[in-house]
Design a protein around this ligand. Structure first.
Ligand code: DUT
Ligand code: MG
Length: 625
């Protein structure tokens, strides 16, 4: 669609390592460190309390047995002590025993719930705050990006990184500070409790962990490459959406809907397929986990039962086996959770790297130290300038450009499409930097100016100009946020826009829809010129900005430039000779080089390209005006 723009390379950035990426990304936690620490802290307390519950149950069962038959063999000594503590020398009572233990259990459950809720709250604060900071940091960074930075990532990829990738990281973070603490902690606590009940039995369960660890490592290493690829596919898909929706009118006028649907289907099919492949690998996680856990459980059951029967409960009691099973179940649950976290973390490794790439990207164009904050005048000089859009590009878009423009002059630039006209003028406000050579404004190398100062003195009406949603006045104040209504009207009059604005029912409060779709092409161009004039620039660049305006209005606009802003240097890029005919100097560009400079008469008598253009346009010119 973007015919005058070669497609940006997709993700040409050097991939950064996982740990440096984590280091970069975690810097955005900032003010959310406290909740990030409180969440796992409360989780730890919750888990501890939760693990105490089966233990208290064992004690309760032991106590009930003891109260029932005080003469039993091998009573649980702790249960006996508690009974003695409750009843002293009095006769123990079954109902009161159950009541005491019941209350203790209730209290434990209530406390664990409370701490669980607290940790949930802090977890939500921490993770959503972290995500907010990440988006903010990336967004601020992107604002400082130069065009070449943006070309490098592509705008759709930046959008995916700001949205989908951040969501992935947010989810992982939530899991890490809550579940990833909870599960291992639960695992360890249950393990310790199991060991205190019976160490031999606990060892049996422990034997399954190495198998599990190796299995998980294999699964992870196989799945990660797929997830890395999925995000590139996402970029492609979003690129298709972005391009299609912003260019909907063109799509419709070329009846390309079916083609576009096909393209989108393919992109989303690719995402789906890769996801399926990745999920297929990850699906092994479940069976592996189940195998290890159930193998462990069966072994415990078998060995436990044999021990109970053969040693007549001397080595292991039935009540202990029951608690043991509860702990095993808790371990099972935490292992399941851990595997889910693994999946989430695998998925977010790619995202973490992609976010870190944006945050670590260095803007290629920055304000230097001790920058100059004043531009003396609108003179411009190109000294030996060569330019290409990215380092690896084969062709230079501009070659050996030497050009001197006095302050206040009007310069016309003419040349066939793709010859570097836009490229040339973009170097003046440093939208891109020259690859070789230097550009001077007001006699000073533009790299020495403060970027804002430079860009405020150079107003450029872009070839692909944009209006923003809001009233005409709002749009005008982009040029100068302090402009008075009178100034706005004056600028619009100069740009020949006042007349049609007066015809809108709400005049200057007429609402412009997003992208300026409710004004005509020529109206939009005139509004953009007015917006540029409001900057009161030292240099005004019009890149094919009157192409949709009729020749008469075009001439009126140029006339008002001459009369009202004589000190401003005016650069006019045009396809029509008529638009540049009265300029002080006309520059003819061909294939990235200047082939001739002169005024209309000089060029008409000496330059072939100019003559050809002039005669072809003047033959057709009769039906032009
Ligand atoms: N080019 C890029 N990347 C861009 C824009 C342009 O590689 O983002 C290339 C395409 C072309 C050359 O640079 O070969 C010059 O493009 P420019 O946009 O400067 O050409 P133009 O003279 O302004 O063409 P038009 O009259 O179509 O606006
Ligand atoms: Mg152009």
């Amino acid at each position: 669609m973007n015919s005058d723009k070669t497609a940006p390379q997709l993700n040409p950035t050097k991939t950064i390592g996982f740990f440096p990426a984590v280091k970069t990304v975690t810097k955005s936690i900032r003010e959310y460190k406290r909740p990030s620490l409180l969440a796992p802290f409360f989780v730890a307390i919750e888990v501890l309390l939760e693990c105490l519950i089966p233990y208290v149950m064992t004690l309760l069962l032991g106590a009930m047995q003891y109260v029932d038959t005080p003469t039993m063999a091998n009573p649980n000594p702790i249960s006996v002590n508690i009974i003695k503590l409750i009843f002293g020398s009095a006769q123990p009572n079954m109902l009161i025993t159950i009541l005491y233990f019941g209350l203790a259990l209730l209290l434990l459950a209530f406390l664990s719930l409370t701490f669980g809720a607290l940790s949930g709250k802090f977890c939500a604060i921490a993770s959503s705050g972290f995500a907010k900071n990440l988006r903010k940091d990336m967004y601020h960074k992107i604002q400082d990006f130069s065009f070449s930075n943006i070309d490098k990532f592509s705008s759709s990829s930046l959008i995916t990184r700001l949205t989908t990738d951040v969501t992935h990281v947010e989810m992982s973070y939530m899991m890490i500070i809550r579940t990833a603490i909870r599960s291992p902690f639960m695992l360890v606590t249950s393990m310790i409790m199991a060991f205190t009940i019976n160490s031999t039995m606990a060892l049996i369960f422990l034997c399954t962990t190495p198998i599990l660890a190796i299995g998980l490592a294999i699964i992870m290493s196989k799945a990660i490459p797929f997830f890395n690829r999925i995000f590139k596919r996402y970029d492609k898909m979003n690129e298709s959406v972005e391009e299609n929706i912003s260019g909907m009118r063109v799509v419709k006028s070329y009846v390309r809907e079916d083609y576009e649907k096909e393209k989108f289907n393919k992109a989303s099919e690719n995402v789906k397929n890769d996801f399926i492949k990745a999920e297929k690998i990850i699906a092994f996680n479940g069976p592996l986990m189940n195998f290890c856990v159930y193998a462990g459980l069966i072994a415990i059951y078998v060995v436990g039962s044999i021990l109970i029967i053969n040693t007549n409960q001397a080595f292991l009691k039935i009540t202990e086996l029951q608690s043991f099973m509860t702990y095993s179940f808790q371990m099972l649950m935490s292992l399941m959770m851990l595997s889910m976290i693994m999946v989430q973390i695998i998925m977010s490794t790619a995202s973490i790297k992609r976010i870190a790439e944006v945050i670590n990207e260095r803007p290629t164009i920055v304000t230097p130290e001790n920058a100059l904050k004043h531009v003396k005048n609108g003179s411009i000089e190109f000294k030996n300038v060569n330019f290409k859009y990215f380092e690896k590009a084969e062709k230079y878009a501009l070659k050996d450009i030497d050009l001197k423009i006095e302050s206040g002059q009007t310069i016309g630039i003419i040349g066939s499409t793709g010859t570097g006209k836009t490229s040339l003028v973009q170097l003046i406000p440093r939208l891109y930097d020259a690859t070789l050579g230097e550009v001077f404004v007001g006699g000073i190398n533009i790299k020495e100016y403060d970027l804002d100062t430079l860009r405020n003195s150079v107003a450029m009406v872009l070839q692909k100009n944009v209006l923003f949603s809001g009233t005409i006045k709002d749009n005008m104040r982009w040029g100068n946020k302090n402009a008075t209504d009178e100034e706005i009207i004056e600028a619009c009059k100069l740009a020949q826009a006042d007349e049609f604005i007066q015809n809108f029912p709400e005049k200057y409060n007429h609402y412009i829809e997003q992208g300026g779709v409710n004004v005509s092409g020529g109206q939009k161009q005139r509004l953009c010129i007015a917006r540029a004039l409001l900057k009161k620039p030292k240099i005004l660049i019009l890149d094919d900005s009157t192409s949709a305006v009729d020749t008469k209005t075009d001439a009126l606009i140029r006339k008002s430039f001459r009369e009202y802003i004589p000190e401003t240097t005016k650069i006019i890029i045009a396809q029509r000779i008529a638009s540049v005919q009265d300029a002080d100097k006309i520059v003819i560009l061909d294939k990235g080089t200047i082939v001739a400079v002169g005024n209309h008469e000089q060029l008409l008598s000496s330059n072939e390209i100019y003559q050809e253009l002039y005669y072809s346009q003047n033959k057709a010119g009769d039906n032009n005006g």
